[in-house]
Ligand binder design. Structure first.
Ligand SMILES: *Cc1c(COP(=O)(O)O)cnc(C)c1O
Length: 493
């Protein structure tokens, strides 16, 4: 593709709007008689004489129109999706099949526990499996997303500290944290104290000690952090926090770097959340349902949200009567299907399979790191975990920025990585290949990236004009988000 010159118009023409297609009088169906003798088939008050600009098309035209549109979607099932921090891995179809079994999919949220023992057993066992994987004593499946898990975990911490003496005022959050960490802290009534990470991309115990005092309720740490680096000092950091009576919260959204290999519970962590929709086999993106279970050490058990699932004399019950509980964080298990998928995923892989998945995630990310480090500058030289972060520093010499590289990747048929995050890396390109990709795909992606680096040097304008092969070029993304046009209006003559 490097022969594309900036002027070449290779843009695929965008499919016409359905309103611009068709011809008056075309239709997908016909009444036997438009207006029969016995009166009208459709009561006249329900009929509109004229809908301005209403498209008239045959059935096949409609079918082709929507099939064409569906092909504009980018999906993990059609191509590589290296969106860092999101874990866009392939989720085996067997988990979908299991989640759709009528016994699971048609449960009523108000069904009495006696009639849903199987579902409760599944939830109970999933809690136990996640506790085992994370090294925590108890898990609640209540939170429906990572961010809600954070809020729930912080509410648990607050309730515990309030019982001890006072809930305290502050939460320490490193500058590499996901934006949800400071947001959840604020929502829970805490003030955020930000600390910077070292030039090796890690939090240092000394930095934590500088700001740690008796008003700090907790430190929120992400491990591996959003730079894809393992926080090696986590145990030492946890000691600093614990010495002053604070708790350690672990953002475990990206557990596919650790599962089966290391347990956060062994690292001094008191509370953590896990994103089932990243690590445990739920397709995500587009804001679909998620699940952000929270795990706690045993001293925090009584503060967990209700209802809790308990096993009593061989059967499963939902219990609400825990005086110290933070209460309900949601109404029903509306995301039950996500939990079924996670259960099926864990059972089908087994402990060896989970470990192998983690090792593949690490291997794939480090493979790409090595293949790209000649052409792109690594944000930090450390070996990475499940994702690696590059900068556009080398390309900036030619006036080419991360956004240009991302747009150019579209011409090569790849979804771009996460860009401009984490914020501490200027011009970040955050690549997470995930464990489900094979070597040929990784090589093809690396070839595309390296070819773009060459183009940036030799034909910077070419890269800056990309994409050329998509139905639309560069969009004003801010305007599209702030002033979306969702309604079609007929053109005014
Ligand atoms: C994705 C992610 C979150 C937020 O999870 P949601 O389910 O989107 O709310 C929090 N922290 C980290 C590190 C993440 O990667």
């Amino acid at each position: 593709m490097s022969e594309h010159s900036p002027g070449t118009d290779l843009r695929r023409s965008a499919p016409p709007l359905i309103f611009e297609s068709g011809s008056p009088g075309r239709s997908g169906f016909f009444w036997p008689e438009e207006k029969g003798e016995g009166g009208e088939k459709i009561p006249s008050e329900l009929l509109r004489d004229d809908i301005p600009g209403f498209p008239e098309l045959g059935e096949l035209e409609v079918l082709r129109h929507f099939t064409r549109l569906s092909h504009l979607n980018y999906a993990i099932e059609s191509q590589f999706y290296p969106l860092g921090s999101c874990t866009m891995k392939y989720n085996p179809k067997v988990n979908e099949v299991v989640a759709r079994l009528p016994g699971f999919s048609s449960l009523h949220p108000l069904a009495p526990p006696e009639l849903i023992q199987g579902a409760l057993e599944l939830l109970y066992e999933l809690e136990e499996m996640l506790a085992e994987i994370s090294g925590m004593a108890h898990v609640t499946l209540q939170p429906a997303a990572g961010a809600q898990g954070e809020l729930t975990g912080l509410m648990v911490i607050r309730a515990c500290l309030r019982e001890r003496s006072n809930p305290r005022r502050k939460i320490i959050v490193p500058d590499t944290a996901h934006g949800t960490n400071p947001a959840s802290s604020t929502l829970c009534g805490y003030e955020v104290v930000q600390i910077s990470s070292s030039n090796r991309g890690m939090v240092e115990a000394a930095k934590v000690a500088e700001v740690m005092d008796e008003e700090v309720a907790a430190l929120m740490l992400t491990n591996p952090n959003t730079l894809g680096i393992f926080e090696k000092n986590i145990q030492e950091i946890a000691e600093v926090v614990h010495k002053k009576g604070g708790l350690v919260y672990l953002d475990g959204a990206n557990l596919n770097a650790l599962m089966g290999i290391a347990k956060p519970g062994d690292m001094g962590v008191d509370v953590l959340h896990i994103n089932l929709h990243k690590t445990f086999s739920t397709p995500h993106g587009g804001g679909g349902p998620g699940a952000g279970p929270v795990g706690v050490k045993s001293f925090l058990r009584d503060f967990l949200p209700v209802p809790r699932i308990l096993k009593k004399d061989g059967s499963f019950v939902l219990r609400e009567d825990f005086a110290k509980s933070v209460g309900r964080v949601r109404s029903f298990f509306g995301n039950f299907g996500i939990l079924v998928r996670a259960y099926a995923y864990i059972i089908s892989l087994g402990s060896d399979g989970l470990e192998e998945a983690s090792r593949m995630a690490l291997l794939n990310a480090n493979y790409l790191r090595k293949k790209l480090e000649g052409a792109y500058q690594l944000a930090y030289p450390e070996p990475c975990m499940h994702e690696c972060v590059f900068t556009d520093r080398l390309q900036q010499r030619h006036g080419v920025a991360t956004l240009d590289i991302a747009k150019r990747l579209l011409d090569y048929g790849f979804h771009p990585p996460t860009i401009y995050f984490p914020l501490v890396v200027s011009g970040a390109l955050m690549i997470e290949p995930t464990e489900t990709e094979n070597r040929e795909i990784l090589d093809a992606f690396a070839d595309a990236m390296n070819s773009i680096a060459r183009e940036a040097k030799e034909h910077p304008d070419l890269v800056k004009g990309a994409p050329y092969t998509t139905p639309v070029g560069r969009l004003d993304e801010a305007r599209a988000a702030r002033k979306p046009v969702l309604r079609w209006e007929p053109a005014k003559e």
